[in-house]
Design a protein around this ligand. Structure first.
Ligand SMILES: NC(=O)c1ccc[n+]([C@@H]2O[C@H](COP(=O)([O-])OP(=O)(O)OC[C@H]3O[C@@H](n4cnc5c(N)ncnc54)[C@H](OP(=O)(O)O)[C@@H]3O)[C@@H](O)[C@H]2O)c1
Length: 277
C-alpha cells in the first residue's frame, strides 16, 4: 500500500463494495463505508459506517469529511443527479475509482465524462459480466435442477466480485493508476449452459440448461418490472455472445499479481445458494 488516507466506499453493502471494504481492512487501510441504513448494513463491527444517500448530495458531506479517495458505485440506470454528487466528492477527495461497465452504456459513458471533468484523479473499472449474476438461477437450480432461458450458447468470461474488488483496492491504495481504464473479466470463456453444468458439478447434482424462446424471457423480465429498453439491451447482448463470445483480459492478474478466480471457484464460494438443503 503506497498511499495512506481515509477511503470512502459507496455501495459498501453490495456485492463488489462489500469485498472492497473487507480487502481494504485486510490491507490496513482507513476505511469508511457508506450505507443508506447503517444499522442494516451487516458489516464488520470494527468498520465505520456512515449514513448517506447518493440521491441526496447534501447527505454526503459528513461521510466525505477527511476522505482522500472514493470507491464510487452508481447503482442507477441514468447519470441524472451525478453532477451534484461529484461536486461534493471533488470538494473533499483527490481520487475516485468508479465501478463502470465494459458495456459502457450511455449513462456509464456520461458518468465517466462527468468524473473526468471534476479534475480529481480517476480510475475506471469496466468489468464484463459478474459471476454473481448466476444467483438469478439459484431458485430454479434448487427447485428443479434445471435452468430455463434463451441463448444457452452465449459465451462470456464471468468475473468473481473478489477480483473486481482486488483491482479496486490496488487503484485506491497504490500509485500509477490515475487515468487508467481497466477492462476486467474472469479467466475462462464459458457458455451459459456450461456455467449451469459447473454449478451442478459443484453441488454434486446434475443441473441442465433448458432452452426457451427469447420472447418468453422478455415477458418474464417485463412482468418483474424491468424497463423495456433494459430487457431488450440484455437479450440483444446475449444473442450477440452466441456468435461472438466475450473477450478474456489479463488485467486482474496484471493489476493484482494473482490470476483471476474461475467461475468454478465462484460457485464453490456460493454453493449454499444452489443447494436445496
Ligand atoms: N452485474 C453485472 O454483470 C455488472 C457488470 C458490469 C458492471 N456492473 C455494475 O455494477 C454496479 C453494481 O454493483 P454491485 O453488484 O456490487 O451492487 P449491488 O450488489 O447491486 O448493490 C447496490 C449498492 O448500491 C447501494 N445503493 C443503492 N441505492 C443507493 C442510494 N440511493 N444511495 C447510496 N447507495 C445506494 C446499496 O447500498 P444500500 O442499499 O446499503 O444503501 C448497495 O450497496 C452497477 O453500477 C452495475 O452497472 C454490473
Amino acid at each position: 500500500m503506497n498511499r495512506r488516507g481515509r477511503i470512502l466506499v459507496t455501495g459498501a453493502t453490495g456485492r463488489v463494495g462489500r469485498q472492497v471494504v473487507a480487502q481494504l481492512m485486510d490491507a490496513g487501510a482507513e476505511v469508511r463505508a457508506l450505507a443508506r441504513d447503517p444499522h442494516a448494513a451487516r458489516l464488520r463491527a470494527d468498520i465505520e459506517v456512515m449514513r448517506g444517500d447518493l440521491t441526496q448530495p447534501h447527505t454526503l458531506h459528513a461521510p466525505l469529511d477527511g476522505v482522500d479517495a472514493v470507491f464510487l458505485v452508481w447503482p442507477f440506470a441514468t447519470a441524472e443527479g451525478m453532477s451534484a454528487v461529484l461536486d461534493v466528492v471533488a470538494e473533499h477527495a483527490r481520487r475516485v475509482v468508479y465501478l463502470s461497465s465494459a458495456a459502457v452504456r450511455d449513462h456509464e459513458q456520461r458518468a465517466e465524462q462527468l468524473i473526468e471533468q471534476t479534475g480529481v484523479e480517476w480510475t475506471f473499472l469496466r468489468p464484463h459480466v459478474f459471476a454473481a449474476n448466476a444467483l438469478r438461477w439459484a431458485a430454479q437450480v434448487r427447485a428443479a435442477g434445471a435452468v430455463h432461458g434463451p441463448y444457452g450458447a452465449a459465451a462470456m468470461a464471468p468475473i468473481h466480485q473478489h477480483d473486481i474488488a482486488a483491482v479496486a483496492v490496488q487503484a485506491l491504495t497504490g500509485n500509477g493508476h490515475g487515468g487508467a481504464i481497466y477492462e476486467l473479466t474472469g479467466p475462462q470463456t464459458l457458455s451459459q449452459s456450461d456455467q449451469v453444468r459447473i454449478i451442478g458439478e459443484v453441488i454434486d447434482r446434475p443441473v441442465h440448461w433448458i432452452e426457451t424462446p427469447a420472447e418468453v424471457e422478455r415477458q418474464q423480465m417485463l412482468e418483474l418490472g424491468w424497463p423495456g429498453a433494459a430487457v431488450d439491451g440484455i437479450l440483444h447482448a446475449q444473442a450477440e455472445l452466441v456468435t461472438k463470445p466475450g473477450p478474456i483480459t489479463s488485467t486482474v492478474e496484471q493489476a493484482t499479481g494473482t490470476p483471476a478466480r474461475t467461475f468454478r471457484e465462484w460457485v464453490i464460494d456460493h454453493s449454499s445458494a444452489f443447494r436445496d438443503t
